[in-house]
Design a protein around this ligand. Sequence first.
Ligand SMILES: Nc1nc2c(c(=O)[nH]1)N[C@H]1C(S)=C(S)[C@@H](COP(=O)(O)O)O[C@H]1N2
Ligand SMILES: [Mo]
Length: 349
Amino acid sequence: MGISHEELQLAARNHGMPLEALRWDVTPIGLHYLLTHYDIPSVDERAWRLSVDGLVGSAQSFSLDDLRALPGHEVVSTMECAGNGRARLTPRPVSQPWLQEAVGTGRWRGVRLRDVLERAAPADGAVEVLFTGLDRGVEGGEHQAYQRSLPLAVAQDGDVLLAYELNGAPLPPQHGFPLRLLVPGWYGMTNVKWLAAITLVDAPFGGYQQTQGYRFRITEDDEGVPIRLMLPRALMLPPGVPEFMTRARTLEAGTHALEGRAWSGQAAIDAVEVSVDGGAKWAAAALEPERLGRWAWRHWTYRWAAAPGEYELACRARDAAGNVQPLAPEWNVGGYANNAVQRISVGVV
Ligand SMILES: Nc1nc2c(c(=O)[nH]1)N[C@H]1C(S)=C(S)[C@@H](COP(=O)(O)O)O[C@H]1N2
Ligand SMILES: [Mo]
C-alpha cells in the first residue's frame, strides 16, 4: 500500500529529525522534529495572556513578562511523537507516516507549572489540569481546540514546565510560541503548544485527544488504554554515505565508531546493544553516563571492525524497568509507540 497524497501532505508539513542530527546532545532548532495537527496559530505577543482558572481559589491571568519574572527552571528533555514508527506497521494506520525520526532533544526553559498552579490555589475536588492551545481545527469530524489534560499529581512534578525558551531563544512559532507545556518522559502529544488556558477540573477530561486519539487499541471498538510515557528506543547515526534514493549506506572497510542515542520515559536506560547481522547476535554498546539529566537521551558508541560485505545493522535499548524493544513491530489501530528496533543496510567496500 503506497503513501497517499494526504499522508504526503502531512509529512511535508511535519518533518522528522534527520538521523545525522543524533550527533548533537541538544538538537539544533530546525532539526528537531515537528508535529502540528492543525495550523500554526497567529499570536500577538502583547495581547497574549495565559489564564489559570476553573476549580481554583484565585483565578490568574499572566502576561509573558509576568511568567518570566517568576523563578526559571531548565530541563534538557527528549521528546518523541507517539506516532513514531507508524509507517512501519502493516497494514499502515493512515496518519502522519513517521519511520523512526520523530524525535528531538531540547533545552527547555520556563517556569515550573506547580509554581503557577500554587498562585491559583487549586480547590478541593480538582483532579486534573486541562491545557488548551490557541490552534483550532477539525478532527474525527469534531471542531476543536487542541486540548490535553494531566492528573494533578503529574502536573505538580518539579520538572513539568511552562516553557518560553528553547535552546536559549524564545520559542519559535512552530514549537509553540509564546508558551508551551513540557512534560518530560511523556510522548509528544502531552506537550501542548501555543498555550492559552489552564483549567482545573473535577473529572477526567473526555476530549478528542484523550478519548479518541492516543489510545492503544487492538480493534476499532476497543475502548483502549491511554498512551503516556515513552517506551525505550535506541537510534543509530547511519554510518558511511547514503545512496540518494534508497538511503542504503556504503562504508569503507576498517574500524568504525558507531554511535547513537537512547531514551525511555518509563525508567532510566540500562543498556544498549548493537547487532551487525540483522539481530541474530547482539553485543553491548558503551553507554555514556547521564550528562544532561534524567530526561535527555544518552549517547552510546560501539566499535565495529568492518570487513567487506553486506550487513544489516540494528540497535536496541533496555530500561531499568525491564522494558525492551521488540525485533518486529506490534500493531495497534492508531499506529502508536512502535519502538521496534532500527535496521540499517550497509555495504562495506
Ligand atoms: N497546541 C498543540 N500542541 C501540540 C500539538 C498540536 O497540534 N497543537 N501537537 C502535539 C504532538 S502530537 C506532538 S508530537 C508535539 C510535537 O512538538 P514539536 O512540534 O514542538 O516537536 O506537540 C504536541 N503539542
Ligand atoms: Mo505526536
